[in-house]
Design a protein around this ligand. Sequence first.
Ligand SMILES: O=C(O)c1cc(C(=O)O)c2c(n1)C(=O)C(=O)c1cc(C(=O)O)[nH]c1-2
Ligand SMILES: [Ca+2]
Length: 556
Amino acid sequence: AVTDQDITDDAKTTHDVVSYGMGLQGQRFSPLETLNTETVKNLVPAYVLSFGDEKQRGQEAQPLVSNGKIFVTASYSRVFAVDAKTGEELWQYDHRLPDGILPCCDVVNRGGALYDNLFIFSTLDAQLVALDQDTGKVVWKEKLDDYKAGYSNTAAPIVVKGKVITGVSGGEFGVVGRVDARDAKTGKLVWSRPTVEGHMGTLDGKDNGITGETNKSWEGDLWKTGGAATWLGGTYDADTDTLFFGAGNPAPWNSHLRPGDNLYSSSILAINPDDGKIKWHYQWTPHDGWDFDGVNEFVSFDLKKEDGTVIKAGGHADRNGFFYVLNRENGELINATPFVNQITWAKGIDLKTGRPEYIDANRPGAPEGEKGKSVFAAPSFLGGKNWMPMAYNPGTDLFYVPANEWGMDIWNEPVTYKKGAAYLGAGFTIKPLNEDYIGALRAIDPKTGKIAWEAKNNAPLWGGVLTTAGNLVFTGTPEGYLKAFDAKSGQELWKFQTGSGVVGCPITWEQDGEQFVAVPSGWGGAVPLWGGDVAERVKHLNQGGSLWVFKLPKSA
Ligand SMILES: O=C(O)c1cc(C(=O)O)c2c(n1)C(=O)C(=O)c1cc(C(=O)O)[nH]c1-2
Ligand SMILES: [Ca+2]
C-alpha cells in the first residue's frame, strides 16, 4: 500500500515513482547516477507495451511505479498495469466514454495518483475514478462535473495528506475553474475552491461567501462563465505546506468583452491544503487576450543567491514567453525573463509592480462589425511552453524547459455563451518563426534567467522532461525519438526511435540493481488539431500508442 510517507519521500526514493512530478514539488529530478553521461550509451530497450491499434492519438502520460508494477494512463481515459520486470500486462481499464464529450485539445490523459491500494485518475467525461491496484476494478467513482457543459479532465491528480486534489478542464467552453479536495480513500468532497472571482465555493464545508460582490476584476456578467480552468492540476510543497495550482485563460478569449484583470485567470494560486483558502496569488497575464492560459506547473526549488542566501522559490515557464521566479512563501516576483526569442505583447515584466508592460497596439482588436483587427502575436497561444513539464536539477541549478518558437495571426469576433459550445470569440492561424526549427530544449539559470544551452528540434517539443544526478536530461520529440542530453553542456548523448511521436513524460527508477527509464510514445495533443501552418508542417508524423521501457543492463 502507498502511504503519505511514500509520497512525501518520492523525490528521494529511487525504487518507486508514486507521484506526478516525481515528487510533489514537481522537479522531475532523480538522484540516481548509475545511468550517467558515460553509461547512457549502453541504455537499451527492455520491453514495449502496445496500447492497442484502435485508440491511438496523443499519449501524454507520466507512468508511476510501485511494488513491481508500472501504472500508465493512455488516450481515451484508459489505464494499463504492467509487470515492471517482464513487461507483461496485468490488467487494463477502459473507461466507458459517452458520445458528446468535449475535450478541447485531443483525447489525452496525463497520469494518475497512487494512494493506499488505489490508482486514481480523471476522465474525459469529467469523472474521478479509483481503481484497485491489483485488479483494475473500480473501488469508487465520483462525478467532477457536467461534461455536457464542456467540463472534462486531462490532468493527473495529486494526493496530499490523504486528500486527492484535482482541477477541471473546459476553459474553451466557459466553465468555471476550481480546485477540489476529496478524501482519497472514499472520494468524498472535503473542500472546493473556485478560481473565478465572484463565485462561491464550499471551504471547510461552509460557503466562502464571496459570490457577486467580489467580482471586482470583471466588469459586467462575464465572470459567471469566466473559465480559468485548472486543467493541468498542480504541485505541492511540504516545506511551506502549500498547493500551487495554475488557473487558465479567461473565457472567452476575446478580451474586449470582459474589461478588467479577470482574476484568477492566467494566474498561480497558492492554496492551503487543509481548507482550500487562498494564501496568495500572482497573475502572469492580467486581462489575457491571447489564450496564454497560465496553468503551467510551478516548481518549488531553493534559489541560491550569489551572496550565499537561499530563498524558498518557485519557477514557472509561462505560455506568454516569460520565465518567472517567485518567492513561494508570499508570491513576490523575484525575476521574469524571456525564454523565447520573440515576444510581441509586452516589453517586459515590471519587477516593482509585478505587472506586464503591455504593447497595446499588439493586442488583438475589438470586434467592431464582423471582425476585429488581426494582429501578429508571439508566442502563439500554444505557448513559449505548453503543458509539457520542465525539470529542475539541484546539482546543476538549472531548469530544463521544452520551449517552442512560433507566432499567430489572431483576430476577435463577437460571441455569446451557449452551454456546451466553443466560447472563444477569436480566430487564429499559427505560424512557425524559423525554417529549421520550432522546438528548443533550453537550460535556464533561475538566478539570472540566462539560457545556458539549447538543443533545437525541427517539430515543436510536446513531451515532458526528466533530469538526473547522473547529469542527464531526457525528453522526447514528435519525430519519434527519446533523447538524452548532457545536463551541463546540452550535448546529445543518446537517442532511440520509438516509432511514433514522444509527447509523454519520461521517468526513471531502480529495480534489482538496474536503472530503468520509461516513456509513453504516441503523437498527438493540441498541435495537429490547432497548429495551423505548423500542423501542416508535421502532418506526415504517424500516430501510435505504446509504453517503452529501457534499462542499463548490469553487465554494461
Ligand atoms: O482551458 C482549458 O480548459 C484547456 C484544457 C486543455 C486540456 O485539458 O488538455 C488544454 C488547453 N486548455 C489549452 O489551452 C491547450 O493549449 C492545451 C494543449 C493540450 C494538449 O494536451 O496538447 N491541452 C490543452
Ligand atoms: Ca485553454
